[in-house]
Design a protein around this ligand. Structure first.
Ligand SMILES: Nc1ncnc2c1ncn2[C@@H]1O[C@H](COP(=O)(O)OP(=O)(O)OP(=O)(O)O)[C@@H](O)[C@H]1O
Length: 198
């Protein structure tokens, strides 16, 4: 089977239900943002593997779950048939969010307590995880209206909300593993403007 069908050439595409919508529909916007996030996680996994920071398995699981979130988002809960709904459920019992919380708590225990804003930085794995974190927040912003419209399950937005916290924590762990200092935000005074930071 070829990767292209040409059915999307006129600017519409299909949901999992078979319904066709314009490609700038909010649902494709949400799908696109979870896809972007998963692609960035691929890069974060590569850097994490190079560094041997132990995050790879968790990040790969998250990539699979983003695919599941996409399936939920692409299957409008209010109109889809029962067989499609049951194939695209996501985190019905909340155990996936609980798992993220456990990951966050366990990793946080290895880190110094947060006392200031830290700037996205900390080496290639860490900085990539910070980019992924901010794209995750965009994905959340795109998925929330789909949930509000009754098209996707609340659990999808909840997972993305917790995921950005996990990615923040993972970025700090990656920086620590690469022995990079955390760059702390500070308010610059006007006369320091031409000085080099830190
Ligand atoms: N630009 C897009 N952004 C986000 N999601 C998309 C986009 N285009 C399609 N999709 C979703 O991803 C699925 C797979 O994409 P694909 O590129 O195969 O669709 P298509 O453009 O409709 O078809 P084709 O590329 O074969 O003409 C689609 O069924 C649709 O749900």
């Amino acid at each position: 089977m070829k990767i292209y069908t040409r059915t999307g050439d006129k600017g519409t595409s299909s949901l999992y239900t078979g319904e066709r919508r314009p490609k700038d529909d909010d649902i494709f916007e949400a799908l696109g943002s979870t896809d972007e996030l998963s692609s960035l996680l691929g890069l974060a996994i590569d850097y994490s593997e190079d560094a041997g920071n132990g995050l790879k398995v968790k990040l790969q699981k998250v990539q699979c779950l983003l695919q599941d979130i996409g399936s939920n988002v692409a299957t409008p809960r209010s109109t889809a048939a029962e067989n499609k709904l049951s194939k695209t459920t996501f985190d019905i019992d909340g155990s996936l969010v609980t798992e993220l919380e456990t990951w966050i708590d366990d990793l946080s225990a290895e880190l110094p307590p947060l006392q200031n804003f830290i700037l996205p930085s900390g080496g290639k794995a860490s900085s990539t995880l910070h980019v992924a974190r901010s794209v995750c927040r965009r994905a959340e912003r795109r998925v929330v209206p789909i949930v509000s419209a009754g098209f996707a399950d609340e659990s999808t937005a909840k997972y993305l909300n917790r995921l950005s916290d996990f990615l923040f924590t993972a970025a700090r762990i990656a920086a620590k593993h690469d022995r990079q200092p955390e760059t702390i935000y500070r308010k610059f005074k006007q006369q320091e403007e031409n000085n080099v930071i830190l």
